[in-house]
Each structure stands twice: as C-alpha cells, then as structure tokens.
Design a protein around this ligand. Structure first.
Ligand code: MG
Length: 159
C-alpha cells in the first residue's frame, strides 16, 4: 500500500479585537487569533500536514500573507483547496490527528463540532479526524495566553 505521512505546526498571537476560530468553529472568548486570514491555527496546521505528506511545501507558498486576496480568508476554503490538490494527485486522507495547545478557553465542549466541520470540508467521516486539546501548564507564551498553537499529523493513502 502506498502511504505518506505529514506533520504540521502553527501558532498565532492572541489579541483582544478578533474572533476566536478553531477548526472552523467560532468560540466565544474575550480574545481571538491575529493573522492575515481568519488565523484558524488548527486548520493551518492540518493543511501543512497534508502538504508535507506529499512534499508540496507549506501553506505560505500557496496562500502568501503578502497577497491581499487572502486577507480575512475563511481557512476552511483554503483547506478545501489543499484537499482538492492532494485528491488531484491521486491521494486521500486515511486519518489525521491533531492537538490544540491553549491555556483558555476550555475547548473540549467544541471538539466534536470541529471534527464534524472538518470532516464535511474534507469529505471524510468524523472518526477519521482526531482533535485533542491541552493546556501548556501555564508555561511559556502559550501558557501566558499570548497565543494558541496547534500540531497535526496525517496519513495519506494512494487511491
Ligand atoms: Mg497560520
């Protein structure tokens, strides 16, 4: 069986005047993530894992922050484009696993909604998508609530 593995990482700064969007779900919180797009750090890590699996570079190459067309972009639309790219090359996601590292807010109540949302965009079932959440035990910039980070791993199979 033809298999490829990829990993992705991203971090965005938390600021007071932005919505918090993770895995395509807007979460009520006093702070949101700063970025050129909607700054959905989880979706960005997943896209980088998908691209990495096929040695296709990273999302900065396809959606450069210098390009105004991506200002405020819905990251799920970018994810759909990355998925089309891997499908066009004859690959599909077998499964993906991810971790969001955030001191606050509590993300557990939102994880299923994120899985369902990402499954819809990626044309997968929710059981193929794992999303975990952890704090950083108050350590470092994530622990001080200066930002939120995400890690993702995906396994692709050749169709
Ligand atoms: Mg990003």
């Amino acid at each position: 069986m033809d298999l490829r593995i990829g990993n992705g990482y991203d971090i965005h700064r938390l600021v007071s005047d932005r919505p918090l969007i993770l895995g395509g779900i807007q979460i009520a919180h006093g702070l949101g993530l700063l970025g050129h797009s909607d700054a959905d750090v989880l979706t960005h890590a997943i896209m980088d894992a998908m691209l990495g699996a096929l040695s296709l570079g990273d999302i900065g190459h396809y959606f450069p922050p210098s390009d105004p067309q991506w200002a405020g972009a819905d990251s799920l639309k970018l994810l759909a484009q990355v998925n089309e790219l891997i499908l066009s090359k004859g690959w599909k996601i077998n499964n993906l696993d991810s971790v969001i590292v955030a001191e606050r807010p509590k993300l557990k109540p939102h994880l299923q909604a994120m899985r369902d949302r990402l499954a819809t965009v990626l044309q997968l079932t929710a059981d193929q998508i794992s999303i975990k959440a952890t704090t950083n035990e108050k350590l470092g910039p994530v622990g001080r609530e200066e930002g939120i980070a995400a890690y993702a791993v995906t396994l692709l199979v050749k169709e």
